[in-house]
Design a protein around this ligand. Structure first.
Ligand code: IPM
Ligand code: MG
Length: 359
């Protein structure tokens, strides 16, 4: 078995609490020799600003390049939220994504049957829900230049939404190829009725589809309509392909179909690298209370085993364990529709107990 070295970036807020549960899970598989994973740690986000004066310090960047893959908790602090952009915790995450060329963001949105009652949406609308959002992660308005402020009596802020054919093409290829392993259906989401960046997006997706993927069913949808359709009839979607900002917004919306934002994992991929993190943020309001749901983080570990460590077996064991725990009515506060709920570490322990039955 080849040894794999993963870099752990717990980050801010609830990040360290959910990371602790993720480590407990990986340790089990190490103990029974189903994998051979070693860890290293580094700082990112607010904690890195405090320790290094930089949300993505060189120490972290060097380790990130060397690691086989990366697990990340969350970034974002109240303390640094009014800092200049370069010294905001979120800039650390964006720098990590950009510097490793993580242009693919995979956000699976699926419902565990036991959480049918936890969602605010009617059960029949979400039963058996299983969609994947493919979000372009290092382009668009998040990174477009020019950006900045115009100072004066009527101060203004501005950003640039820009997409080139090459950027659209490479993320679209990923979505089309992924869809072949699913229902061969892609919905590309844009705002081509208003935005030039979206017009290039739509043209490029269509051209690529006609040339290389004619067998796949492709639809285009405006983002405002997509936001509405996600609530009205989410099961019409299989692979939802979209740009950076729209993907950020639609994935938070979609998470509520699954009961809680605490349920959704993600993989951010380049052609060679992978960073795995829950889609939720650092939740400073509940940090340190031991109540955060660790499932999105533990599902991110499952994605890491599947995508970077080529071990679909472990990935499936983790997912089955989570399914069983939820079926047994063990819920953290965010997904509990009853009065009682368990702590972060008790949820981690319950998942480990289920894993142990399988290994
Ligand atoms: C996400 C987060 C990040 C983003 C923030 C923390 C910069 O919301 O991963 O969805 O906007 O991409
Ligand atoms: Mg987000």
């Amino acid at each position: 078995m080849t040894k794999k070295n993963i870099l752990l970036l717990p980050g801010d807020g609830v990040g360290p609490e959910i990371m602790a549960e993720a480590i407990k899970v990986i340790d089990i598989f190490n103990e029974v020799n189903l994998c051979d994973v070693s860890y290293d740690y580094a700082d990112i986000g607010g904690v890195a600003i405090d320790n290094y004066g930089n949300p993505y310090p060189d120490e972290t960047s060097i380790k990130a390049r060397k690691a086989d893959c990366i697990l990340l908790g969350a970034v974002g602090t109240k303390k640094h939220e009014n800092n200049d952009n370069k010294l905001k915790p979120e800039s650390g995450l964006l720098a990590l994504r950009k510097s490793l060329d993580l242009y693919i963001n995979v956000r699976p949105v699926f419902l565990f049957e036991a959480l049918l009652e936890s969602s605010t949406i009617k059960p029949e609308i979400i039963k058996n829900l299983d969609i994947v959002i493919i979000r372009e992660l290092i382009g668009g308005v998040y990174f477009g230049e020019p950006r900045g402020f115009k100072d004066g009596t009527n101060r203004a802020g501005f950003n640039t939404m820009i997409y080139s054919e090459k950027e659209v093409s490479r993320i679209s290829k990923y979505a089309f190829n992924l869809s072949k392993k699913r229902l061969s259906r892609v919905t590309s989401v844009d705002k081509a009725n208003v935005l030039e960046a979206s017009q290039v997006w739509r043209e490029t997706v269509s051209k690529l589809h006609a040339a290389d993927y004619p067998e796949i069913e492709l639809d285009h949808m405006y983002v405002d309509n997509a936001a509405m359709q996600l609530i009205k009839n989410p099961k019409q979607f299989d692979v939802l392909l979209t740009e950076n900002l729209f993907g950020d917004i639609l994935s938070d919306e979609a998470s509520m179909l699954t009961g809680s934002i605490g349920m959704l994992p993600s993989a951010s991929l380049s052609d060679i690298n992978g960073v795995y993190e829950p889609i939720h943020g650092s939740a400073p309001d509940i940090a340190g209370q031991g109540i955060v749901n660790p499932i999105a983080m533990i599902l991110s570990v499952a994605m890491m085993f599947e995508y970077s460590l080529n071990n679909i077996g472990i990935s499936n064991i983790i997912k089955t364990a989570i399914e069983n725990v939820l079926r047994n009515g063990i819920f953290t506060k965010d997904i509990s529709h009853k009065k009682d709920f368990v702590s972060t570490s008790a949820m981690g322990d319950a998942i480990i107990k289920e894993i142990k039955k399988d290994v």
